[in-house]
Design a protein around this ligand. Structure first.
Ligand SMILES: [Zn+2]
Length: 68
């Protein structure tokens, strides 16, 4: 199993869709909503291209990490 296949499998297990499907539909893999309106920054859009997760969900994922 390649790394990408592993990531796809994890994505299916967690969210029901693959990153590829999310990109194909332009939706976030986490909230299943259109990703474009939820990616507020260039970094957020870049993150979507990597993880298929919108910026809001990505931020939520890390919001409890206490870093400054
Ligand atoms: Zn989202």
């Amino acid at each position: 199993m390649t790394l990408q296949e592993t990531k796809d499998w994890l994505a299916i297990a967690a969210c029901g869709i693959t990153t590829k499907e999310a990109w194909g539909k332009g939706i976030c893999i986490e909230c299943k909503e259109p990703a474009e309106p939820k990616c507020h920054t260039v970094a957020g859009r870049g993150e979507y291209r990597i993880s298929a997760m919108c910026e809001e969900c990505f931020d939520k994922l890390f919001e409890d990490e206490d870093e400054d």
